[in-house]
Design a binder for this molecule. Structure first.
Ligand code: SAH
Length: 445
């Protein structure tokens, strides 16, 4: 994480012209042959705005329509079986994986090692278009780019690519919307639409990897080094698909994208049983816990699921995770002026964390529409940071990016309407000048 102080300034926002590939196969809603269990089986309920448990934490699309099955939903054995089911030899499953994960293509025309007669049927069955880029906004000279994706059922999600010197972080969504109802988060305010499939999550990473490989992101051809589940949604409320996506993202090329497991971060509001389950996976991904308050009184309000699992339980689960994986847990703390930024809360946080394998990420609150809250003053932020540091708690202020394009933490609301001031032509934003000069902030990864 970079620290604040040398924040990049993002003065102008540009929309990238989307080059739509000629679509050989339209995304046809179809039932997945072996439907996964809905994730509503997790024994918890999200807490509605009125504090009433009223919404399952993860759910599939109302009406039961599911995203088409895709190669990235399947593990290597399942891919081979799928090829055989399609009347092909099993190794065709591996060939398709090589095209998708190693060459980053799903265009049958490029699959010259597959017989012409088999290419389109295989691609139609295993590489359907899942997400269509509706809009792309960039800032930081093109090194931060947010993509608005439309899914097969019209659900919208967003992903953000952030290029830094020496690393590229892809921030992905795990659900369309979010059921956690955190009042300072734009996604939380919009409510939950549905869980994404594993392949819908992986597709966001593949799109970023492809853009980098093709040199479309300023800075020359590159690769994704980090993936953070910090976009829309609560990843642990969509557990099995998120886990499958992590495996595809981290499996060795060509079975997967070959990104280091240690470079993947799963961020959660603190779904305690799911944290325990993740600890048992023996996957050394980084866990981030969105704490935002050291005391239950305030956290009950800021992170309503705290009414179900209290601070102490969440942190116990986090320490068990650290013990199981040997990995430091990131504690996310958005600093909100006069709400959670008092000196006594810094000390209370230090009491909770000192001596544990933790690192605090302080995030200046990013503005969200209609929110009555604002970021803490820089001096207050600095004092909060210093108090933690003095107590020996590792802490950084996140160099967040993407506020101008509403691509920062908590700003992803996947509106199909353009951001204020944007010029729209044919559904594509073609230009917008940001209210110049604000320091860029957003997901730091
Ligand atoms: N649901 C998961 C994943 C989302 S990650 C989670 O909550 O952890 C997005 C991160 O940005 C979370 O830490 C979230 O609390 C934080 N966030 C949400 N709204 C924000 C805002 N307006 N400003 C700064 N951070 C925010």
């Amino acid at each position: 994480m970079n620290t604040a102080g040398s924040l990049p300034v993002c003065r102008s926002v540009k929309a990238v012209h989307l080059r739509h590939r000629t679509e050989p196969f339209a995304p046809v809603p179809q039932p997945t042959p072996a439907p996964d269990r809905p994730e509503g089986h997790l024994p918890i309920l999200a807490i509605g705005r009125a504090g009433r448990p009223d919404q399952p934490v993860g759910r599939d699309a109302p009406g039961g329509a599911r995203p088409p099955r895709h190669l990235a939903d399947l593990d290597p054995g399942e891919r081979r079986a799928a090829a055989v089911q399609l009347g092909e030899r099993s190794f065709r499953g591996d060939q398709l994986a090589r095209h998708y994960f190693a060459r980053l293509t799903d265009d049958p025309g490029e699959m010259t090692d597959v017989p012409v007669s088999a290419r389109v049927p295989l691609a139609e069955a295993l590489l359907p278009r899942l997400l269509t880029a509706e809009r792309e906004l960039t800032c930081d000279q093109g090194q931060t780019r947010k993509t608005l994706w439309r899914a097969f059922d019209g659900a919208y999600v967003e992903s953000v690519l952030m290029r830094y010197p020496g690393r590229v972080t892809m921030c992905v969504s795990s659900q369309a919307g979010c059921g956690m109802a955190c009042p300072f988060c734009a996604t939380g305010q919009a409510g939950l639409t549905r869980n994404l499939s594993a392949a819908e999550i992986v597709t966001q990473v593949v799109a970023g990897a492809r853009a980098l490989a093709r040199g479309e992101v300023p800075g020359g051809p590159g690769r994704i080094s980090n993936v953070v589940f910090m976009g829309m949604g609560e990843p642990l409320a969509n557990y099995s698909r998120v886990l499958a996506a992590v495996r595809r993202i981290t499996d060795r090329v060509p079975d997967g994208l070959g990104i280091s497991r240690r470079a993947v971060t799963i961020s959660t509001v603190g779904l305690v049983p799911a944290i325990g389950r993740l600890a048992g996976e023996r996957l050394p991904v980084r866990l981030a816990v969105s704490l935002h308050a050291p005391d239950d009184d305030l956290r009950d309000e800021l992170v309503p699921v705290n009414q179900r699992w209290k601070v102490a339980e969440v942190l116990d689960a986090a320490w068990a995770y650290a013990a199981a994986t040997g990995r430091r847990v990131s504690i996310e703390y958005a600093l909100i002026r006069d709400i959670n930024d008092q000196a006594w809360r810094a000390e209370a946080l230090a009491d909770l964390l000192s001596g544990h394998l933790a690192h605090v990420n302080l995030i200046p609150l990013n503005p969200t529409p209609g929110s009555r809250w604002t970021a803490s003053d820089p001096g207050v932020m600095q004092e909060f940071e210093e108090r933690l540091a003095r107590r020996g708690v590792p802490v950084t202020v996140r160099d967040t990016r993407g506020t101008e394009i509403d691509g920062a933490c908590g700003q992803l609301a996947a509106r199909a309407v353009p951001v204020a001031g944007a010029t729209v032509v044919g559904g594509t934003v073609v230009g917008r000048t940001a209210a110049g000069g604000t320091a860029a902030s957003g997901n730091g990864g």
